[in-house]
Design a protein around this ligand. Structure first.
Ligand SMILES: [Ca+2]
Length: 165
């Protein structure tokens, strides 16, 4: 079950802020300082190759130029005691070398931080795969960014949850 590729709304600009508590991202609740939808961002013409999505045309920055780190969370139906596999792709953007991070949490379990070592423009997308056992009939997933400056820093795309085979 794909639960996030951030293809809607189809932004008509290279980036578009989604404010805290806005319903723009359908099933996702937006908190913190908000998040930013990105589509072909080329750093105002400075990059020959615009930032690419991991899937489709758009991805999400987990921080904004309107104050810093944001977060998104979604609840989805699960069966208590069953095993699931969460997969998502992550990256980061910054014009030069810079460390950044994103964190994610599955239903108030262990919070995991992923370190990003961006070496200019866009870090190549990587895939995080994590297994979990659902505690109840609904599981909550949260991703949180980190204040870097502007909406620079951690990116996510292509989030899915499947029952473990
Ligand atoms: Ca996408």
């Amino acid at each position: 079950m794909r639960i996030g590729s951030f293809e809607t709304p189809d932004t008509q600009a290279q980036f578009e802020v989604c404010k805290p508590n806005a319903s723009a991202l359908n099933n996702w609740t937006i908190s913190g300082k908000g998040v930013v939808l990105v589509d072909g961002f080329d750093n105002f013409g400075k990059w020959d190759v615009p930032a690419k999505a991991a899937s489709g045309n758009q991805f999400l920055q987990l921080q904004t130029h309107e104050g810093g780190a944001g977060a998104i969370s979604q609840d989805f139906a699960t069966t208590a005691g069953e095993k699931y596999v969460l997969k998502f792709d992550y990256s980061g953007i910054y014009p030069v070398n810079r460390k950044a991070s994103l964190t994610y949490n599955i239903s108030d379990g262990e919070t995991k931080k992923i370190q990003l070592d961006i070496s200019g423009n866009q870090l190549p997308w990587k895939t995080e795969t994590v297994e979990f056992v659902a505690a109840t009939g609904a599981t909550s997933l949260t991703f949180t960014g980190e204040m870097v400056g502007g909406f620079w820093g951690a990116s996510i795309d292509n989030i899915s949850v499947e029952p473990q085979q």
